[in-house]
Design a protein. Structure first.
Length: 459
């Protein structure tokens, strides 16, 4: 495994602000940072890139000389007045579990527990559709706390949003994130009817999950969650039921968890490191992140093996990484938070995302009167990855986007080496799988220059 920090090719550093050179069994490959374009190159060009190293001007000249990096995809300007396209409703600012690492401080965001009244949910839906035009797409998500403690508002809001979307010829998707303890058999028909993406928080198998996600009374929740989710797994056709695992120092060994949840029938299984908790409990440090990276790569290797055999292996992190590399994802932000997406508090406040609910320093308006454009613009200017240190000189910045805003603001960037290590592995896997299963990665054209052949990401 190539070390996350190394970025070396035959002993020389080969990463700069504008490129990343990585080696595979198929020879050297080049990632051009702007546009996330991948090319297979010959040894002569690789050697010249090694020679110019971190001289940004020389690198740009060399790339231009070979017809690479001509098109510009990322400008220096921040987003301006992006249209609203997604809302997550904190329909219940309360929870029945007592997860020690919970960003919502037990579900209530640090204040008395409360539920979103129907009037706020209704106003949120009207706000979501206010700027949407026929043919466009919006998303409505339900989070908490535990959203199913306010099931009636979830159902009414979904029905109103679906009806409004149909009347206005606007596509809509629905999602909900739940701890699974309150799922009912009758939820199956509702989620299936509206094609929900249902994400169930599960942090391991049996006792591991129980230790990390107990009830407020200290009892385990695993058996109850699995019993509740089985009917959804059996019924899913239009809905998709996924498992999300928050990784802490207590559940670092991922392969057994991945295989177990896949065997249960989850549509996908994904892992996310715990980087910032209000209590600081469960946060990942550098040694644990190194172990997690090794385990993630082990899961990735199994993914490669299964895909090469034309088998399914729904490892969400791998699937997403390959899709984004192939698409040529290039973004100055890690997500749409504070741009096209906002979290809505139980009282109707608009916040930069669901993790910032009720944090007044990240307030962005209210569903009754819309987005505060001045606050939003300050946020977008401050959070642009090209204005962040040390991001602005990192080769991974447009694939990473600078990291989760919440985690960076509250903890900094402890996971940069982990992210670069994972992306390095994913880039190599993309090259390998594009050779073994080229039908999975259709191209919309080939870029050539001094490059022997190009595997550009499709757009």
């Amino acid at each position: 495994m190539q070390a996350a920090k190394a970025c070396f090719y035959d002993g020389w550093p080969v990463a700069g602000k504008d490129f990343y050179l990585f080696d595979t069994a198929d020879g050297p490959h080049l990632l051009i940072v702007d546009g996330s374009q991948i090319f297979k190159i010959d040894g002569a060009l690789a050697d010249r890139l090694v020679q110019v190293g971190n001289d940004d001007q020389a690198v740009r000249g060399l790339l231009m000389e070979h017809g690479l990096g001509v098109n510009r995809y990322i400008g220096e300007e921040s987003l301006v007045d992006p249209p609203l396209r997604a809302l997550s409703l904190a329909v219940a600012e309360r929870c029945n579990l007592g997860c020690s690492y919970c960003y919502a401080e037990g579900g209530s965001f640090g204040h008395a527990a409360r539920e979103m009244p129907w009037e706020v949910a209704e106003a949120s839906i009207h706000r979501l559709f206010a700027e949407a035009k026929p043919g466009e797409r919006v998303n409505l998500a339900f989070l908490g706390g535990e959203p199913l403690t306010n099931r009636s508002v979830v159902q009414r809001a979904t029905e109103l949003a679906a009806r409004t979307a149909s009347e206005r010829d606007i596509a809509i998707s629905f999602s909900i994130t739940t701890n699974g303890t309150l799922l009912r058999v009758e939820d199956c028909a509702f989620f299936e009817r509206y094609a929900f993406s249902v994400t169930v928080s599960l942090d391991g198998i049996g006792l591991i999950h129980d230790r990390l996600r107990p009830t407020k009374g200290g009892r385990g929740s695993y058996d109850r969650v699995i019993a509740n989710v089985r009917p959804l797994l059996a019924r899913q056709r239009r809905m998709q039921v996924s498992a999300r695992v928050t990784v802490t120092p207590a559940n670092l060994y991922l392969r057994d968890t991945l295989d177990h949840f896949i065997a249960l029938g989850f549509h996908s299984v994904g892992f996310s490191p715990m980087l910032s908790a209000p209590t600081r409990r469960g946060e990942m440090q550098a040694p644990e992140l190194k172990v997690m990276l090794e385990n993630m790569i082990a899961c990735g290797r199994e993914f490669e093996r299964r895909i090469a055999l034309h088998e399914s292996y729904p490892f969400a992190n791998m699937t997403m990484a390959l899709e984004e590399i192939h698409r040529g994802t290039h973004r100055p932000y890690p997500c749409g938070a504070g741009a096209s997406y906002f979290g809505v508090s139980a009282s109707g406040g608009l916040f930069a995302c669901h993790r910032f609910v009720d944090d007044q320093t990240r307030s962005m308006g209210h569903v009754s009167h819309g987005v505060d454009r001045e606050r939003q613009q300050r946020w977008l200017e401050e959070r642009n990855v090209d204005g962040q240190e040390p991001c602005r000189s990192c080769w991974a910045r447009y694939l990473c986007g600078g990291g989760c805003h919440y985690e960076v603001i509250h903890r900094g960037r402890p996971a940069c080496d982990y992210i670069r290590g994972w992306l390095d592995y994913a880039l190599g896997a993309y090259v390998r799988l594009s050779m073994l299963r080229p039908e999975l990665f259709p191209l919309d054209g080939m870029r050539r220059g001094a490059a022997v052949s190009a595997r550009p990401t499709s757009r």
